[in-house]
Design a protein around this ligand. Sequence first.
Ligand code: C2E
Ligand code: CA
Ligand code: CA
Length: 574
Amino acid sequence: MDELRYQVDLLNAMNGRLQADERMYRLVCNTSLNAIVYIDCKRGTARTLANWDAFFPDVEIYTINDIAQIYSYIEEQSVLAFRDLLYTDKPGVNASGVFKLSDKKTYIEVEVQVVFDELGNLTDKIIRFKDVTKIHSQNDELAYMAYYDPNTGLINRNYFVSKLSDFVKRADDEGAVVSVMFIDIDGFHNYNDGMGIVIGDEIIQVFGQALKKYESENVLVSHFTTDLYCVAIYNPNNGLCAETIYHELREQMKTPFKLTNGSEILLTFCAGVADYPESASDSLELINCAEIVMFKAKDMGRGRIQYFDAPILKDFLINVDIENKLKEAVFNENFTMNFQPQFFTDSRRLRGVEALIRWKDKSGDMISPSVFIPVAEKNGAIIPIGNYVIKESIRNFVNWKKKFDTDMILSINISAVQYRTENFVENILDCISSYDINPQDIELEITESFLIADFNDVIMKLEILREYGIRIALDDFGTGYSSLSYLKGLPIDTLKIDKKFVDNICTDVSSRIILDTIIYMTKKLGYETIAEGVEDEDQYNYLKSIECDCIQGFYFSKPTDSEGIERLLLDGTV
Ligand code: C2E
Ligand code: CA
Ligand code: CA
């Protein structure tokens, strides 16, 4: 009896333990975030466990064959791989894979575990489904960021280069052409600085959208940085080539863009185009060539397109070379000053000298200021160069004054870039006062390019300078916009008529008529006139006959060094 009771107690105890275990396993299973399918392989039955309904609410699984219902949840192109994974039945293999669901949003990780008996027969299979969307969408985002520009949704520079390399390879195989167009929005920095970066970003987006519609299997559209875009066209033809995109975009831009802040802007852009294999031998070179000619287009003005050609590349390379050498020259002040005398036409008396910079590079070659000054204006080197010119020419001028007691004028060329610096006026005034010279002896030569920029600001600064007595000459008159009407009221003292008018006065009647008119009008406006580039006696005589006040040119004297000017002051020879 005791024995029987003992057996019953034992059974009860074991049963209680089993129930506790069962409860524990059920709890662990049901609170799991995963979904599980358990398959009894011998019987061919299956059960779903844990968080099943959250994954596949419409799928009920009782046999192995029911599992096929899950296929419709998996993204189409992955169904076969998914099926292969479920059928894993090799001993020792615990296989897994990540699949995207057909909702295109959810990623699941699927893990299959298989169990075998001592004879090697498959007995059980457990398939576990885990939601890994969070990790994977972060990966997607990272991948997106690696290839796309988030502001425009266009592909970024790196991805563009890699896809362009594919185009180039394909073009080699198929004997095709690849065209690259580099695009830059005109004056973007003015919008960005003036209206703020939010508006700047909006402009970048709007422009990107306008370009995006050209994207196709054969057209890549990329946003490089700020306002730079690049388009590649595989096998361009009359229907779609760089030129058609350029013209269509231009047409589209004729309608103002409405910004979210309510303002409207008219955008223009410049484009540079280069073709593979004609202009370059690989994708990077192709982009470089398109970029170089884009800068050339920019030099020509707004809304321009420029196609690659060899002379442009040559000019570019020369400029790069000059730019490099110039940095060193500025550092070591490897410059000297020359001075070209100017004379009163009537009396042939010395009126003054124009200071002209000279640069001999390390190899001893003279590099003309008309070549290096534009480079220096672009990279900012004109500021130290301009300061050197002001100081050095005034230093020489003070010497001559001391030695010869002359009343001549010193003319100094001033670049618009220099003039736009904040403290330009103070700098000049400081320099003049530190050398103790009469401001009326100094003349600043400016060009019409000054007047295009911020007209009112320029005029205001010029007026301050003139109040101190400094003279202002308008240089190269006739090479720029050259309208006689705008001369009226300009705060200038002198008008320098460009050499191109003087060149033909003895051979060409219309040149003579133009020159006559300019001189007549200028004198009426009360400005002094100087004719530049006078090379022979006939030109001199003609200028004298129409009462041009002063002349400057090789006929009287070439530019010379300081000693040359001293000789001129001493005995009238240069
Ligand atoms: P620019 O201001 O018009 O200077 C006159 C140029 O014409 C000088 O060239 C001068 O040598 C040249 N010239 C004068 N008379 C004749 C002539 O009868 N026939 C010919 N064929 N040429 C004549 P340069 O010195 O080569 O200077 C070229 C340009 O470089 C200048 O044109 C000016 O725009 C710029 N430049 C020169 N020095 C400076 C400087 O110190 N600062 C700045 N900002 N620009 C400078
Ligand atoms: Ca000049
Ligand atoms: Ca000139």
